[in-house]
Each structure stands twice: as C-alpha cells, then as structure tokens.
Design a protein around this ligand. Structure first.
Ligand SMILES: [Zn+2]
Length: 281
C-alpha cells in the first residue's frame, strides 16, 4: 500500500513538472499562445511568376520571423521554376507549425475588362469555373489545400457567395467592405460577432490598400486606433515596389515588433486562432 502511494505521488510530481515545462515554453513564444495585442494579417496580391521582388518580399518575411498571406493568380504561374519555388516556400513553417507564407486563391486570370472583373459582371458558371481552376491548381500542382480567398480588384457579386458555397475547404474571405457588399449571412465577421467553433466561414475586412507603393506614415499614425480592433488586414502589391517601398516594409515590421505592438498571423491561422487552435496539426 505504501509503495502504491509513493508511485502515485511520483506520477503526480512528474505530471506537474511536465505541465510546468510546457507552460514555460508557450509563455516564451507568443506565436504558440493567445496574443494579447493587435493581430496583423498581411495580404500580398497578384503572385504569378516568382520575380526578384517576390523573392525579396518572401525573404524579408521569413528572415523577420513573421508571416504573410500571398494571393496567387494561377494562370500566371507559367514556369516550372516558379512552381517549384512556390512549393518550396509553402513548406517553410513557423514554430507553431503554420506556414510562414499562406498562399491563397486570388482568381484564375484577374480579368480586367472595363466594368467586368473576374468576380463581378460575370455569371455564376464563369465564376465557378475560374474559382475551381485555382483550387485545382493548389491541390494538383502545389499539393496544398487552399483555405482563403480574396477577389481580384476586391470586386465580387451575389454569384460569388454561391460559388464559394461549393468549396467547404474555403474558410476565409478577405474583402473590402466599402465596395464588396454582396456577401451573405454564413460569413461571420469577427468585428461584429464572437466567433464560435461552429462558424465555418469568416469574412475579414481590409483596412489598408496600398497600390503600388508602400508607405508607412498612416499605419504608424493610426496605431492607437488600430490597436483597439481585433485584427487588421494590410493589402500590399510587392510586384510594383521599389527600394523605398521595401525599406518602408522593413520599418513597418520593426514598428510592430518593437515593444510587442502587434503579432502577425496568416488568414487561415487567424481563423484557427479564433477557434482556439494556436498550433497547427
Ligand atoms: Zn489583384
């Protein structure tokens, strides 16, 4: 009996030590735990071929120990080199096992024909075919599941919501509230409602639109307002950046990381975070 009690005691001590060790590890690293400050989602649009600018953008994100989402226009990924590079980058992970770069569906061809864009002024079948082509590109060519969407030109129509209903793997729609007004009830906005585990579809509003250059002043000035929001999305177009934009981008990362002003998440990582999953499987 005495021996048995001792075994139980020993087991309890070991368990407590284990819990304490895990606790310490997660405290040291915010990305393994629930962040208390502002959450930043970077939304970089229009990846096709991997160019020098894209390589530079991805390197800065990776070297800075942050993360970002990149929207792919699948028709524009033409060469084997670019395909291999996107595949390689998609395997780089954060400490929490989420990818450093989350690639997402930014349409098939980014149609720009007067009033008609890929997801506005086009019919249901057209949109369905285009959306499907890019989802297929993700699964067949990149071998990853695409969980997030953002329409070319941030323009959508009533049909878009119906199209997205066909793709249960799509959990996040990044949209520009001022001009995309046709989303419907199934898409939950964390600005307005508390997200429950049963909520499968999130809609996230874009706060900053930068095209083509990247400037920093507004972001720094607005920080005190922004930090009251649950998250912000910053839309970027690194393809058109010059050295000044890249310097501003680095300064922005420094600004947010300094004094823990904010933490970075990818769109799907934020979705998982709102569902209390801080570490990816
Ligand atoms: Zn675009």
């Amino acid at each position: 009996m005495k021996n048995l009690n001792f075994s139980i005691l020993k087991y309890l001590i070991i368990s407590l030590l284990a819990i304490q060790t895990v606790g310490l590890v997660s405290c040291e690293d915010l990305s393994l735990n629930a962040p208390k400050g502002l959450i930043i989602i970077l939304k970089a649009d229009d990846l096709g071929e991997t160019t020098e600018n894209w390589n530079q953008f991805i390197k800065i994100v990776t070297d800075s120990d942050i993360c970002a989402g990149i929207g792919i226009i699948s028709k524009n990924v033409k060469s084997g080199n670019s395909l291999n590079e996107i595949r390689r980058v998609s395997t780089i992970k954060q400490v929490n096992n989420f990818p450093v770069i989350e690639f997402w569906n930014h349409g098939y061809d980014h149609l720009d024909q007067g009033q008609n864009t890929e997801f506005r002024g086009t019919d249901y079948n057209y949109q369905l075919e285009h959306f499907q082509k890019t989802q297929k590109f993700f699964s067949d060519s990149l071998h990853i599941i695409c969980h997030s969407f953002g329409a070319p030109h941030n323009r959508t129509s009533l049909e878009t919501n119906k199209v997205l209903e066909n793709f249960s793997e799509i959990n996040v729609w990044q949209y520009y509230r001022k001009i995309e007004t046709n989303y419907q009830k199934p898409w939950k906005d964390p600005d307005n409602v508390v997200i429950k585990n049963s909520d499968k579809n999130l809609i996230l509003n874009i706060d900053y639109l930068f095209f083509p250059n990247f400037k920093l002043d507004k972001i720094v000035t607005n920080y005190d307002i922004d930090k009251k929001k649950p998250y912000i999305i910053i839309q970027l177009h690194p393809l058109g950046w010059d050295s000044e934009s890249f310097e501003n981008f680095k300064a922005m990362i420094h600004f947010y990381k300094e004094n823990n002003r904010a933490v970075f998440m990818t769109p799907y990582q934020y979705y998982k975070f709102l569902h209390n999953e801080y570490i990816s499987n």
